[in-house]
Design a protein around this ligand. Structure first.
Ligand code: HEC
Length: 184
């Protein structure tokens, strides 16, 4: 029994001591650029984020309807704070895309289909071990919900962005009960 315990301790020392030696003596490449996460790392990280967010995000509908004003408000918040990393309607792939580890998802070319509450939670609290900041205290909850409204409806804005005419967003305005009788 004593030999077994000693064996376990020795193995742990070799494993963790080896990892410590490897990382602290300049063998571990710490650059953000030029490194991409392996498939295993990406899967594990994505699953951890999904599982945590599923368990903690508010289970509620977006309190803001996709009216023209809300989409415009969200788009302004997005352009000011997020487009630099996530791309904009004008420049859907940001030059910063591959400058972080992990790389930044480009939200204008791949609109996330997660529930609004999950997106709200990720934006509010950020993602650990990544460049995604938490916006709590910088943006209000209302700003964050409206940014989510914009994200979900940015595809429709893209179609209209050529003409730069706010009238073109009129068809998204379902604030009038007659336009969308089923909505609450
Ligand atoms: C400094 C760069 C940076 C800024 C600024 C930034 N993000 Fe991110 N964001 C990231 C990175 C990197 C990830 C990916 C993290 C990961 O893969 O775990 C991410 C992930 C996300 C995700 C999850 C995407 C998905 O596919 O699940 C959302 C939603 C998001 N960001 C929204 C925003 C919004 C909204 C803003 C502005 C209020 C913003 N981000 C600002 C870097 C940034």
């Amino acid at each position: 029994m004593r030999g077994f315990v000693l064996g376990v301790i020795l193995t742990l020392l070799v494993v963790f001591g080896g990892a410590y030696f490897y990382t602290t003596t300049g063998h571990f490449d710490t650059r953000a650029v030029g490194n991409t996460p392996s498939t295993v790392e990406r899967r594990t990280a994505n699953q951890s984020v999904d599982a945590w967010v599923d368990g903690h995000a508010p289970k509620q509908a977006n309190p803001f309807q996709p009216t023209r004003d809300n989409v415009m408000d969200g788009s302004m918040t997005y352009d000011k704070n997020c487009a630099f990393c996530h791309g904009s309607l004008k420049q859907p792939v940001s030059p910063m895309r591959s400058k972080f580890y992990p790389p930044v998802p480009q939200l204008m070319s791949r609109i996330p289909d997660d529930p609004d509450g999950n997106l709200f939670y990720v934006i509010k609290y950020g993602i650990r071990f990544s460049a995604m900041p938490g916006w709590e205290g910088v943006l209000t909850d209302d700003d964050i919900w409206k940014t989510v409204v914009f994200l979900k409806n940015s595809g429709q804005m893209k179609d209209n962005s050529q003409e730069q005419n706010p009238q073109n967003l009129q068809h998204m305005d379902n604030s009038k009960p007659s336009a969308n009788p089923t909505s609450k």
